[in-house]
Ligand binder design. Structure first.
Ligand SMILES: N[C@H](CCC[C@H](N)C(=O)O)C(=O)O
Length: 260
């Protein structure tokens, strides 16, 4: 099988993108996807996405983690696939696509920044100072001091493989507050089973737990190892999060052709 592919990254969270509108690549196996994402024996990426055609939407996003298994929602991947759609000639003022967690709106700004609307969040569990919430993917948030010097791999891995999460897995984010509306986030990602340079749903989850306005509009700048993302949202009186938008860069890095 000949597979034309494109490599994208959004704040250093990197993905293989495949145009599957012809349905020619729907039969990629877990082993094949894992191999393509391998950084030594394959192309190398944190995840792989298929862009599928979908009635009633601009496209469908099908996301796989680097371990080859279908993942839950990927925020940076969602932003990258919108850029990919644009590069494939799908031009819209406002995009609407369907992903595993439901429909998403998205926009490409004049400077190339991609903004993605995330699903509403109404449940945040607080546990001994930590937070657990689902922003399309499940996230564990642990506030941290001096996060840049933290052993994120070891500490993240131990939470991810703890009794409560061993089975389903969870993404683990360490968050340092550096200003009223500025945070630094480092993430251990399940399915990659390593720290990634950035995780969009994780950054979103971290921002939601670090609101500065009790209710109403909030705007949080989030620094990751791979760059800065912005999260805007409304917090209702009841503590529900709505109109959540994740914004930042999403770039094509290279393209190639693979023989499988
Ligand atoms: N990197 C992704 C998260 C991928 C989700 C995956 N790690 C899972 O929980 O299945 C993001 O930008 O949101």
């Amino acid at each position: 099988m000949i597979v034309p592919f494109f490599k994208y990254q959004g704040t250093g969270n990197d993905f293989i993108l495949i145009d599957n509108r012809s349905r020619a690549f729907s039969s990629l196996t877990t082993e094949q996807i894992k191999h393509l994402c391998d950084r030594r024996f394959g192309i190398g990426a944190d995840g792989l996405m298929l862009l599928n055609e979908k009635e009633g939407f601009d496209f469908e996003m099908k996301y796989y983690n680097a371990d080859g298994n279908e993942g839950t929602m990927c925020g940076n991947g969602g932003r990258c696939i919108v850029k990919f759609a644009y590069h494939l000639g799908i031009h819209r003022n406002q995009y609407r696509f369907i992903a595993v967690d439901g429909p998403h709106d998205a926009e490409i700004d004049f400077d190339g920044t991609v903004s993605l609307k995330m699903m509403d969040v109404d449940k945040v569990i607080k546990e001994r100072g930590d937070f657990i919430l689902n922003t399309g993917s499940p996230h564990y948030i642990r506030p941290a001091i001096d996060v840049m010097n933290l052993d994120v791999f070891e500490k993240g891995r131990s939470i991810r493989y703890s009794k409560d999460y061993e089975q389903e897995g969870i993404n683990v984010n360490f968050v340092e507050q550096v200003g009223d509306s500025d945070i630094i986030v480092r993430t251990y990602e399940r399915g990659v089973e390593d720290e990634t340079y950035s995780c969009g749903t994780g950054v979103t989850a971290a921002a939601l737990t670090h609101y500065h306005n009790e209710s109403g509009y909030n705007d949080v700048m989030v620094k990751t190892l791979g760059g800065t993302l912005e999260v805007e949202f409304d917090r209702t009186e009841e503590g529900r999060f709505e109109n959540i938008w994740l914004s930042g860069p999403a770039e094509r890095v290279f393209e190639g052709v693979l023989k499988l």
